[in-house]
Design a protein around this ligand. Structure first.
Ligand code: C2E
Ligand code: CA
Ligand code: CA
Ligand code: CA
Length: 274
């Protein structure tokens, strides 16, 4: 038993080492992934819960690694944050998002996720301003989605967000309810949108508590003039519950999975917009 235990430890150590090596490898690869054209932006509709028309789209990133295939952002974004590659990647995403949004009806918004490292980049605000001008997209159509972590990790988040607001850009508080201090941030900042995390939405049909929490967030949002977006609506039943709770906007597989830029035009034609 002793020797097999030793073997298990050696095996575990080997596995740990190879995982570390893989991490380093991916961190190296990600540095050149933008220039190699390995990233794709996909778009998921944000829908008006009352009319079921399109309100806008959220831009989501996909990495097609030449060897490992399609990798999930939850996995590679942290790697890109550690190396700083996220700054260049974030610029790429914003550029793609605005280039695509320029072709949509002007009522539609485009949401882009912003990581903590990007918000800390000195040139971030001027880059957003220049990109909007270059693509001829009105600032109010761009919604930057930030999580509580982004606010925690940036000492001067308040200044940067005020500057973005004065450009006319909208700010959404993402993954609301999953952090520790969400209420404090609602007091300190003005948000145009509050995105309720899918962990609350997906359990609304099972837990009376989740439905009560979603209702409370919607009522709170109304009082501070923010619009609520419910994430992770996968079924008609959840759509009904979200609507009854007072959410104005929704996002989820029931409406559509994230789609290619080309497919967005078809979605808009088919469902209309508001
Ligand atoms: P997020 O911002 O909360 O994005 C929503 C995630 O939920 C997306 O996953 C989306 O595909 C997924 N989703 C949408 N509807 C449903 C549904 O009905 N059911 C379920 N189960 N999932 C749904 P995705 O694309 O894998 O992105 C994961 C996270 O990676 C995002 O969470 C965001 O935090 C981050 N991310 C994605 N793209 C970017 C980016 O361009 N920049 C940055 N900084 N982060 C990004
Ligand atoms: Ca988001
Ligand atoms: Ca979210
Ligand atoms: Ca999330």
């Amino acid at each position: 038993a002793k020797s097999s235990g030793g073997a298990a430890i050696v095996q575990a150590t080997d596995e740990f080492r190879s995982r570390l090596e893989q991490r380093r490898r991916l961190q190296r690869d990600i540095a050149s992934a933008v220039s190699r054209g390995e990233f794709e932006t996909v778009f998921q509709p944000i829908v008006d819960v009352g009319t079921l028309r399109a309100h806008g789209f959220e831009t989501l990133l996909r990495w097609h690694h030449p060897e490992f295939g399609r990798l999930a952002p939850d996995f590679f974004i942290p790697l890109a944050e550690e190396t700083g590659a996220i700054v260049e990647i974030g610029r790429f995403v914003l550029d793609r998002a605005l280039a695509i949004a320029a072709n949509w009806p002007r009522q539609l918004t485009v949401s882009v996720n912003v990581s903590a490292v990007q918000l800390g980049d000195r040139a971030f605000v001027s880059h957003v301003k220049n990109s909007l001008a270059r693509h001829g997209v009105a600032a109010h159509r761009l919604i930057l989605e930030i999580t509580e972590t982004v606010l925690i990790r940036n000492a001067n988040a308040k200044t940067v967000i005020d500057e973005l607001r004065s450009l006319g850009v909208g700010i959404a508080l993402d993954d609301f309810g999953t952090g520790y201090a969400s209420m404090g941030y609602l007091r300190q900042y003005r948000f145009d949108k509050i995105k309720i995390d899918k962990s609350f939405v997906s359990t609304m049909n099972q837990e009376g508590k989740s439905a009560a929490i979603v209702r409370a967030i919607c009522s709170l949002a109304r009082d501070i003039s923010a619009t609520v977006v419910a994430e992770g609506i996968e079924t008609e039943e959840l759509l009904g519950l979200v609507d009854a709770a007072g959410c104005e906007l929704g996002q989820g597989y029931l409406f559509a999975r994230p789609m290619s830029a080309l497919q967005t035009s078809r979605f808009i034609e088919r469902y209309g917009w508001c």
